[in-house]
Design a protein around this ligand. Structure first.
Ligand code: ADP
Length: 487
C-alpha cells in the first residue's frame, strides 16, 4: 500500500516545490528573514552600547563617591556605606602588583590576574599617575559579565597603588531578555509570514488553478465553456481574455465547420447531376443527341466544380496566410482596361454591352494579379446578373480625397436591401434557386455561382487596406465601388 502511495506523495511534493506560490512564499520569507536579522542586529548592537554606557556611568559615579571618602587604613579599606552593592567588586593593588585587599564575588586567582594586568597596563602606558583610567571587560565572572575601571590611588601625596572597581555589565539581565525577545519575535514573525504568505499565495493562485482546470477540460468539440470569472484584478482580466479567446476560437471553428458543410453541399448537387445523367444515358441505347446533351450537362457541372474547387483553394490559401502579395505601384485604369479585354468575349456571348467609362490614371500600391482577379469577379458578376432589354455594364476609375476608386455598375435587377449586409458572406447567394441550370445557362455555365466570388473580392480589397461598398436599387441596377489609398 505504501509503495503506491509514495509516488503520489512525491509527485505532489514535486508539484508543490515547483509551484509559484511556494517560490513566492520562500522568496518572501527569505527577504523578511534578512530584514528581521538586520533589524535585530541593529537593535542588539545599539542596546549593548547603551547598556555598557550605563554601566560605565554607574561605575564613574561610584568612583566619584570613593574619591571623597575612600580611606585606606592599616586594616584594609574603609568602605562608605551604600556606595557598593554585593555584586560589586573592589580590588586594591599595591604598586608592585600585590592584591592588598579585595571584596565582592571574585575568586582570589581572578583578583590576582586582574591586579597583574592592571599594573602591567599602568606601567606600559603611563610614567605618571595623572589621568590614568583604564576600562576593561571580563566575561563569565560569577556567571555574569563585568566591567572594570582601574584608577590610581593617591595617598599621603604619592601614588600608593591601583584601585580596580568592577560592576556587572548588565545587572538586571537586559541582554538575555533582549536576545530572547529578538529571537522569539523573529521566529514568530517568520512563522506567521510563512503560514499567512502561503495562505495568501494559495488564495491568489486559486483562479489560475480554475483556469488550468477549465483549459484542460475544454476539448476541440466543446468550445462553448466559459470561465465567467467576476474579478476585476489581473487574474480576472486574464480569465476574461481567455473567455474572449475561446469565443473567437468557437466562432472560427463554427465558420470552419459551416464552410466545410457548405462546400460539401455545393459539391453534392453537381455530383448528383453527373451521376443521374450518366445513369440515365447508360440505362439503354439512345439517340446521339441524347448523349451529346448529357455530355454537355456533365461538362457544365465539371466546369462548375472546377471553379468551385479553385475558389475554395484560393480562400483556404488566403485563410492560411499562404498568399504572398507582391505590391508595386499599379495604375487602376490599366487594370480596368485589361479586365474589360479579358471579359469582352463573355459579355458578347451574353449580349451585354461592356463599356469602359471615364478611366483617368489612378495609381495605388498593390498586387496587379490580385487586383485583376478582384475586378474580374465584379465585372463577371455584373455580366452574369444583368437582365433586361438593354444590358449594360460600365467600369470607371477616379480619385478623390487622397483615395483612388474603381466602380463597376450594371443595369441589372438590383439587390434588395435585406441581402446587402450578407453579400460578402461565403456561399451567400441572393437567389438560391438559380444555383444550377436553366438549360441555356447550364450549357454555358454562366449564370451559376457558388457564392464565393464576392468573399474573395472582399479579402483582396482588405489585403490592400481598401474598402468596398455596394449600392443597389431594385429594377435599376447595382454599383460596386472599391476605394484604396492613392500611391
Ligand atoms: P456567385 O458565385 O454566386 O456570383 P458572389 O459571391 O460573386 O457569388 O455573389 C454573391 C451573390 O450576390 C450572387 O449570388 C448574386 O445573387 C449577388 N450579386 C453579386 N453581384 C451582383 C450584381 N451585380 N447584381 C445582382 N446581384 C449580384
Amino acid at each position: 500500500m505504501n509503495s503506491t502511495r509514495l509516488p503520489g506523495i512525491s509527485k505532489r511534493l514535486g508539484y508543490l516545490f515547483h509551484s509559484i506560490r511556494f517560490r513566492l512564499v520562500l522568496w518572501f520569507a527569505a527577504i523578511l528573514a534578512i530584514v528581521l536579522a538586520a533589524f535585530s542586529i541593529f537593535v542588539y548592537i545599539n542596546q549593548s552600547r547603551d547598556i555598557r554606557s550605563e554601566a560605565e556611568y554607574r561605575l564613574e559615579r561610584k568612583l566619584a563617591a570613593f574619591d571623597e571618602t575612600l580611606t585606606l587604613t592599616a586594616n584594609g579599606i574603609y568602605l562608605p556605606q551604600g556606595v557598593l552593592q554585593d555584586t560589586d567588586i573592589l580590588i586594591l593593588v599595591s604598586n608592585n602588583g600585590q592584591v592588598i585587599a579585595s571584596r565582592g564575588p571574585i575568586p582570589n586567582d581572578d583578583a590576582d590576574t586582574l591586579a597583574r594586568q592592571a599594573v602591567g597596563e599602568f606601567q606600559d602606558h603611563h610614567d605618571s599617575s595623572d589621568g590614568f583610567v583604564s576600562w576593561s571587560q571580563r566575561d563569565g565572572l560569577s556567571n555574569s559579565n563585568y566591567i572594570f575601571v582601574t584608577v590610581p590611588i593617591v595617598g599621603f601625596s604619592r601614588q600608593t597603588g591601583l584601585a580596580i572597581l568592577g560592576s556587572p555589565l548588565d545587572p538586571s539581565g537586559l541582554f538575555g531578555r533582549l536576545r530572547f525577545t529578538l529571537l522569539a519575535g523573529t521566529l514568530l514573525t517568520l512563522t506567521i509570514a510563512l503560514v499567512g504568505g502561503f495562505w495568501l499565495a494559495d488564495r491568489a493562485m486559486r483562479p489560475v488553478h480554475t483556469i488550468t482546470q477549465a483549459a484542460r477540460s475544454i476539448g476541440e468539440t466543446d468550445l462553448s465553456r466559459r470561465l465567467n470569472m467576476k474579478g476585476k484584478d489581473e487574474l480576472g482580466e486574464l480569465a476574461n481574455t481567455f473567455d474572449a479567446m475561446l469565443a473567437r476560437l468557437q466562432a472560427a471553428f463554427e465558420r470552419q465547420r459551416q464552410f466545410v458543410a457548405d462546400a460539401s453541399h455545393e459539391l453534392r448537387t453537381p455530383l448528383t447531376i453527373v451521376n443521374l445523367e450518366t445513369s440515365r444515358v447508360l440505362a439503354s441505347r439512345r439517340p446521339v443527341d441524347d448523349y451529346q446533351q448529357a455530355l454537355q450537362i456533365i461538362h457544365s457541372e465539371n466546369d462548375f466544380m472546377t471553379g468551385l474547387v479553385n475558389d475554395l483553394l484560393t480562400l483556404a490559401r488566403m485563410d492560411a496566410g499562404q498568399t504572398a502579395m507582391e505590391k508595386f505601384p499599379v495604375d487602376l485604369s490599366d487594370v480596368a482596361v485589361e479586365t474589360v479585354e479579358r471579359l469582352a468575349p463573355l459579355s458578347d456571348r451574353r449580349g451585354v454591352i461592356l463599356e469602359a467609362g471615364n478611366l483617368p490614371e489612378v495609381h495605388i500600391f498593390g498586387d496587379r494579379k490580385y487586383l485583376i482577379q478582384m475586378m474580374s469577379n465584379l465585372v463577371e458578376n455584373a455580366i452574369k446578373y444583368t437582365t433586361g432589354p438593354e444590358k449594360r455594364v460600365c467600369i470607371e476609375t477616379g480619385s478623390s480625397d487622397g483615395s483612388a476608386w474603381v466602380s463597376v455598375s450594371d443595369t441589372g435587377p438590383g439587390i434588395s436591401p435585406e441581402h446587402l449586409p450578407h453579400l460578402f458572406d461565403r456561399f451567400y447567394r441572393v437567389d438560391k434557386s438559380r444555383t444550377h441550370l436553366t438549360d441555356e445557362e447550364s450549357a454555358h455555365n454562366e449564370a451559376t455561382g457558388s457564392g464565393l466570388g464576392l468573399s474573395i473580392v472582399q479579402w483582396i480589397v482588405h489585403s490592400h487596406d481598401g474598402e468596398i461598398n455596394v449600392e443597389s436599387t431594385l429594377g435599376v441596377g447595382t454599383k460596386f465601388e472599391v476605394r484604396f489609398k492613392s500611391a
